[in-house]
Design a protein around this ligand. Structure first.
Ligand code: NAD
Length: 339
C-alpha cells in the first residue's frame, strides 16, 4: 500500500515546498492547516505545479476530533508536523499562545496517533535549541539551551518525544533541526511571504531591494566573525524539503528516535547575504548598522555529516541559487499570495 503522509501546516513556507516534494516523489499527501500564517493559494500553486490533487482539511491541529476523522478517512501512515508558530520576538510577547499552539498541538497529535496506531512522525525542530554554541560547527550531540519561549516550545517538543519513545519503543520519531531556510521554488510561484515586518533577514533584504522598505537593519557589526556581522547557515528551501523525504527512510527501519541537523555546513554573514542579493538584483541594497539585539548570537552553522551518512541527504544548492530564487519570488509576488 502506498504511504499516505499527513502534513500539518502544509500550506506554510516549509510545508508547501515539502508537499510539492512529496507529490513529486510519488507519495500520497493530506494537508491540515488553519491558515493562521499562510494563504490557501500556496496549495493551489502546488496543485498546478505538480498537476496533482490532494485533500486539504481546513482546521486546527489541536482539534482531536478532526484529527481522528482525518486518520480514519485517509488511512494516514505517517505525519510530518509543521503546524505551529515560529516568530522568536512575538513568542516573548504572547508566550501562552506559543505554548498552547506548539505544545498542545503536538500533544493532541501524538495522542491521536497513539490511539489509531500510527507511529511514524517527523517533527520540525530548530537550530535555536543549541542556544549560543560553545563549539562550531554544531553536531547533534552539542549541549542544548534556549533563551526564548519559541525555542522552549521546540526543546520541550523534543523532550516530549524522547519521553514518549522511552515509554514505548514502537514509535518511529525523527527530529529535524533546521538551520535557516531561505529561497523559493525556481518557478517563482511558491515562496515565503511573512505577514507584517519580516523577522527573518532574507525576506527583509528582498523587500528593501524592491522598494517596500528603506534599508536593511544590520544588528551589530562587532561580533567575533570575519566582518563583524552575524553568521548563519542558510539552506535552500528545496534542499530542506528534500531532507524530509530522505528522513522518511527512518520510518522503514522499524522503530527509533533520531535527530538530524538540516543545514549546509557553510556560514554566511549578514553583509555577505546583502552583497549576494545586491548582485542578483543588479542594484545596491542600502543598509544601516544598529546596535546588537539582545539574545542574538555571533555565529551558528551545522555539521551536516550525520544526515549525509545516515539519510544519504546533503544540501545541493548554493548561495547563488538561494539568492536568485528568493529574488525571483519577491519580484513576481511583491504582495505574496494576495494578488
Ligand atoms: N522557517 C524557519 O526559519 C524555521 C526554522 C526552524 C524551525 N521551523 C519550524 O518549522 C515549522 C514550519 O515553519 P514555516 O517556516 O513553514 O512556518 P509557517 O508559519 O510558514 O507555516 C506554519 C503553518 O502552520 C499553520 N498552523 C499554525 N498553527 C496551526 C494550527 N494550530 N493548526 C493548523 N495549522 C496551523 C500555519 O497556518 C502555517 O501554514 C514550524 O514548526 C517552525 O517552528 C521553521
Amino acid at each position: 500500500m502506498a504511504e499516505t503522509i499527513l502534513v500539518t501546516g502544509g500550506a506554510g513556507y516549509i510545508g508547501s515546498h515539502t508537499v510539492l516534494e512529496l507529490l513529486e516523489t510519488s507519495h500520497r499527501v493530506v494537508v491540515l492547516d488553519n491558515f493562521s500564517n499562510s494563504h490557501p493559494k500556496s496549495l493551489e500553486v502546488v496543485k498546478e505545479l505538480t498537476g496533482q490533487a490532494f485533500p486539504v482539511y481546513v482546521g486546527d491541529v489541536r482539534d482531536k476530533g478532526l484529527l481522528e476523522q482525518i486518520f480514519q478517512k485517509e488511512e494516514v501512515t505517517g505525519v510530518i508536523h509543521f503546524a505551529g508558530f515560529k516568530a522568536v520576538g512575538e513568542s516573548s510577547q504572547i508566550p501562552l499562545a506559543y505554548y498552547d499552539n506548539n505544545l498542545v498541538g503536538l500533544l493532541h497529535l501524538l495522542e491521536v496517533m497513539q490511539s489509531v496506531g500510527c507511529r511514524n512522525l517527523i517533527f520540525s525542530s530548530s537550530a535555536t535549541v543549541y542556544g549560543d554554541p560553545q563549539e562550531l560547527p554544531l553536531t547533534e550531540t552539542a549541549p542544548l539551551s534556549v533563551t526564548n519561549p519559541y525555542g522552549r516550545t521546540k526543546l520541550m517538543g523534543e523532550e516530549i518525544l524522547r519521553d514518549l519513545f522511552a515509554a514505548d519503543g514502537s514509535w518511529n520519531l525523527v527530529i529535524l533541526r533546521y538551520f535557516n531556510p531561505i529561497g523559493a521554488h525556481p518557478s517563482g510561484r511558491l515562496g515565503e511571504h511573512p505577514q507584517g515586518i519580516p523577522s527573518n533577514l532574507v525576506p527583509y533584504i528582498t523587500q528593501v531591494a524592491c522598494g517596500l522598505r528603506d534599508h536593511v537593519r544590520v544588528f551589530g557589526d562587532n561580533y567575533a566573525t570575519p566582518d563583524g556581522t552575524g553568521v548563519r547557515d542558510y539552506i535552500h528551501i528545496q534542499d530542506l524539503s528534500r531532507g524530509h523525504v530522505a528522513a522518511m527512510k527512518r520510518w522503514a527501519t522499524g522503530s527509533g528516535l533520531s535527530v538530524y541537523n538540516l543545514g549546509t555546513g557553510q556560514g554566511y554573514s549578514v553583509l555577505e547575504m546583502i552583497r549576494g542579493l545586491s548582485q542578483t538584483a543588479g542594484q545596491e541594497i542600502p543598509y544601516q548598522i544598529y546596535s546588537r539585539r539582545p539574545g542574538d548570537i555571533a555565529a551558528c552553522y551545522a555539521d551536516p555529516t550525520k544526515a549525509r551518512e545516515e539519510l544519504g541527504w546533503e544540501a545541493q544548492l548554493g548561495l547563488e541559487e538561494m539568492c536568485r530564487h528568493a529574488w525571483k519570488w519577491q519580484r513576481l509576488n511583491p504582495n505574496g499570495f494576495q494578488d
